[in-house]
Design a protein. Sequence first.
Length: 250
Amino acid sequence: QAHSSQDRFDTFARQARAAAAQGAQVLVTSEMTFNFDPQVEFTDELRAIARETDAYIFISYSVLKEGETRRNQAVLLSPDGAFSEPYNKTHIPPGEAYDVREEAFPAFETALGRMAAMICHDGNYTDVARKLSQHGAQLISAGFFEFPGFGEQLWQNTTFRAVENHTALVVTGATSVAAIIDPYGRQVALDVDKDGSEFVLTGDVSLGSGKGTPYTSLGDLLGWTSLAGLVAFMVFMSMEGRRAKKAAAG
């Protein structure tokens, strides 16, 4: 990623135009693409890009300025220039220090369907995608800032989030991985480049139903119940095996 705010914007603008030229209607940026709040800085420029591309843009950014609330957020910018309320990164790993975490898990109504965002480490847990899907999300953006090896793990884990909730997922990494995943967990498009060269990934993906699945309602209870059932079955089979041996010996 480029370092200065202007360099970051210029890189984003170039990639946004390239994606739009390929027919993209939703653009997803990686975690911490910008180091400023887009509703405070570069606001007019970002709105101009949204208007020019006629696309919805998930903008991920972090604010770490002294005296301000430290936050890692994503907002959805509409082609008409309207910003959604921000989504706050929920699962913050060791080494990161932010002052806010998400509590509302909003999904945003658009002309294309209901869309929502999660950020990086959120995709390794089941709760965030589930809560977003409970609010009707049909497509979830998942921007992240990865390092070698972690990127592949994250897009693979995110695939489960798509299947669990029957929602489309768009994964955008900062250095090496990007993926577009449909509600059945199929890879519509995938780019894995450990060298980290600049790349724009596009693809046509069907949105989810917005109704979720039984897992969306039951959550991890379904998994724990399945595990308990498996353990019970193994105990039962072990006992049956012992009975059979005793019967054969007698």
